[in-house]
Design a protein around this ligand. Structure first.
Ligand SMILES: *Cc1c(COP(=O)(O)O)cnc(C)c1O
Length: 430
């Protein structure tokens, strides 16, 4: 592990991974293989905490729920935001104390509420965030009267793709104009600790105005609620901190995001004092943020082996053993991931390549018309920025077993998740 306090560079590009090490991993553990570097996870946590010294930083676990990642994040001092009972279980299992765990209920299945309320009895510090009035009814029916946070739908969204913009999507949260009244009512019955909103994913330099607007509305909401029921513990403005997927894209300026956040909250602190505990002079609540992607994206790469090279009419189709079931983002969001041929010599000519997976779907391409050092059968390709929503969104469609994952820490390599077997695939059938 790097020394605590070392936030490292703002971004880690694909070219900065050690090619020989990656090829050796591909040989030893076979492909497709996810590689996650825990030291980089730690650096990302440290940078976030440094940029937001007065905020409570909670890792949105759904980006990567691997045990080593969760443990690293906990050791780096972050809390955790969980999207399901399963994630709550994972967080508690690696030792997050209950009061560092927040469960965000999105149309929660009964089974999830049953389990979360059971865990809350053992860990009364656990916070439940509700995004619908009847979720509160359902919690009440189960005897829950603990720490409650209300998710507002702020009416502004942001994101790199419409499928990840949540802030104005009716599915998420209670319309912000109704939250103050409801929260006031619920404060009698529950331990009302905070308000929450999440605009979506992909806050970038250009998207800061949407972020500002969301934070601004959340500041007003917090002031309104606090004037009625007294200070809240936190105002959580969500995640969505973008990462540069394209290699020429500049990294997110965390300081600028932090400053914009503070300003928009109504917390203009000329001294920029790092030891302020509250979000602003007139808000009792502490600022909270929930980055997921930012913590893990550039800590991960996906390794895949070329199995077929085919000259098509207008491109060379490079067939590989990883596809949309391994890394869904390109198929689902048209996401860009850098791809490099680790096996090619430095002076290999570049070709116009379309890298395609083994799934019977036309969407099953990792990139189209990309310059790539001419691949040959057996070459190992690396796909960059695969640490967030990579393994997590993998599936077994086409009866394709999920890949293996190795975790790196210092000089140690650990098989974090073994490759799924064909036997695993059929093991649930009765
Ligand atoms: C997904 C999610 C996040 C994290 O989003 P990132 O883009 O990964 O930072 C934070 N909060 C909530 C409620 C989410 O659903």
């Amino acid at each position: 592990m790097s020394e605590v306090g070392d936030g490292g560079p703002a971004v880690r590009r694909l070219a900065e991974w050690d090619e020989e090490d990656l090829v050796a991993l591909a040989e030893e553990y076979e492909t497709p293989l996810y590689v996650v570097d825990l030291d980089r996870v730690e650096e990302n946590c440290v940078r976030l905490r440094e940029a937001f010294p007065d905020a409570d930083v909670r890792y949105a676990a759904k980006a990567h729920t691997g045990r080593d990642v969760l443990r690293t994040v906990r050791e780096a001092g972050l809390g955790v935001e969980c999207a399901s009972a399963g994630e709550v279980e994972r967080a508690l299992a690696v030792g997050f104390p209950g009061d560092r765990v927040q469960y965000t209920a999105v149309n929660p299945p009964a089974r999830d509420l049953d389990l979360v309320v059971e865990r809350w009895r053992e860990h009364p510090g656990l916070t439940v965030t509700v995004g619908a009035e009847d979720t509160v009814d359902r919690l009440r029916e189960r005897g829950f009267d603990g720490r409650l946070c209300v998710r507002a739908n702020p009416g502004v969204g942001a994101g790199h793709h419409e499928k990840v913009s949540t802030g104005a999507n009716a599915k998420f949260g209670i319309p912000i104009e109704r939250v103050a009244d409801l929260a006031t009512r619920w404060a009698d019955e529950f331990d009302l600790v905070g308000v929450h909103a999440h605009a979506g994913s992909g806050i970038s330099g250009e998207d800061l105005s949407a972020h500002r607007e969301l934070v601004n509305r959340m500041g007003d909401l917090t002031r309104e609620i606090e004037s009625r029921v007294g200070p809240l513990e936190f105002v959580d403005v969500g995640g969505g901190f973008g990462v540069p997927y394209r290699e020429d894209e500049p990294p997110l300026d965390l300081q600028a995001v932090a400053e914009a956040t503070r300003e928009a909250l109504g917390a203009v602190d000329e001294r920029g004092s790092a030891d302020r505990r509250t979000a602003s002079d007139d808000i009792g609540a502490t600022l909270a943020i929930e980055p997921g992607r930012y913590v893990v994206a550039d800590a991960g790469v996906l390794l895949t082996t070329v199995n077929t090279v085919k000259e098509a009419r207008d491109a060379t189709v490079v067939g590989v053993d990883a596809g949309m079931t391994t890394l869904l983002r390109p198929a689902m969001y048209d996401a860009y991931h850098a791809i490099a041929n680790l096996s090619a010599a430095a002076d290999t000519e570049e070709i116009d390549a379309t890298v395609a997976g083994p799934i019977c779907e036309s969407a099953d391409v990792l990139c189209e018309h990309r310059p790539l050092s001419r691949p040959e059968r057996g070459d190992v390709l690396a796909v960059g920025n695969a640490g967030a929503y990579g393994y997590e969104m993998s599936s077994t469609y086409n009866s394709r077993p999920r890949p293996a994952e190795v975790a790196l820490a210092g000089t140690t390599v650990r098989l974090a998740r073994r490759r799924e077997s064909l036997t695993d695939l059929t093991s649930l059938e009765q």
